[in-house]
Design a protein around this ligand. Structure first.
Ligand code: PAF
Length: 281
């Protein structure tokens, strides 16, 4: 696997083949990321992974400084699964002058859920992903469904800017006890790690209960009950909610009646660590 750190070297390396698949990451790779690489390889084009901890998507009191940077180990993992190219730019290479032009996603999709809990987060994500797309010009790009709202926003961005990229979403990879794999799981103490699957269990219970609901008010009550239960277990929930898959808005009575595809999404803090998860239902 070739590793490049500059845009000049990236462009030279990309010239070897007409089409590429991109897997954007912030590093500290785990089996979930390697699953994204494997999925990209199914498109029968060479795969480029990017590793860049994107300051723009972190709030002022978030974990940008302590986000784990493990480049040598990540490069070994990527080489081990046959990734073709690693692009690991420095911050100066990625944002050579302050990035004053930004991609501002529609507030209807980016101002709710994680967008409400983390103001500016999706603007930072959309800006860096747009920039990576311009740098790499991939034919395909693969993202995990664990960041469900992020995936939806990226799909919309690609549609609205008519980018010639197929966006592929991959199911969340989980530990044996159900916890969604995430770089942030590494922040958990052993006690918190043992408790962490409670988030997924709460989402599963909410999905089961919501299946019977016929009105949005019932859903709201079930969501509040699910948040209270998680709170009693020592979590601080931001949201646990049932939404339509297409736009992440609350299903109407008619949607519920027609059984529109939904997803339950949750974000909650355990100690100092904020975890997110979701289940399609
Ligand atoms: O999902 C992530 O790891 C990041 O949000 C992404 C897409 C690499 C952008 O920084």
């Amino acid at each position: 696997m070739q590793t490049v750190h500059t845009l000049t070297d990236l462009r030279a390396a990309l010239r070897q083949f007409p089409n590429w698949a991109l897997v954007p990451t912030m590093g500290n790779l785990h089996a979930g990321h390697l699953g994204l690489i494997a999925r990209a390889q199914q498109e029968n084009v060479p795969v480029v992974a990017s590793i860049f901890v994107n300051r723009l998507q972190f709030g002022p009191n978030e974990d940008f400084d302590r986000y784990p940077r493990t480049l040598p180990r990540d490069a070994e993992l990527l080489a081990g699964v046959g990734c073709d190219l690693l692009f690991a730019p420095s911050e100066a290479e990625m944002y050579p002058q302050p990035q004053t032009f930004r991609v501002l996603p529609d507030a209807a999709i980016a101002g709710i859920l994680d967008g409400a809990a983390r103001p500016g987060h999706f603007e930072g994500v959309a800006t860096v992903v747009m920039k990576l797309f311009q740098m790499v010009r991939p034919r395909y790009a693969v993202f995990g469904k664990k960041d469900y709202q992020q995936l939806l926003i990226i799909r919309r961005m690609v549609e609205q800017f008519a980018l010639p990229i197929d966006i592929i979403g991959l199911d969340t990879v989980r530990a044996e006890d159900g916890l969604a794999l995430s770089s942030r799981n590494g922040y958990l103490t052993p006690e918190e790690r043992a408790q962490a699957p409670q988030l997924q269990a709460a989402l599963r219970a909410l999905a089961d209960d919501a299946r019977m609901a016929t009105a949005p008010e019932q859903i709201l009550l079930l969501e509040q009950q699910a948040m209270t239960r998680l709170d009693q277990l020592g979590w601080t929930p931001d949201y646990l909610t049932l939404r339509r898959r297409t736009d992440l808005h609350t299903p109407t009575a008619q949607d519920l009646h027609q059984g529109v595809p939904c997803v339950v999404l949750g974000a909650a803090r355990l100690g100092r660590t904020r975890l997110i998860d979701n289940l399609e239902c």
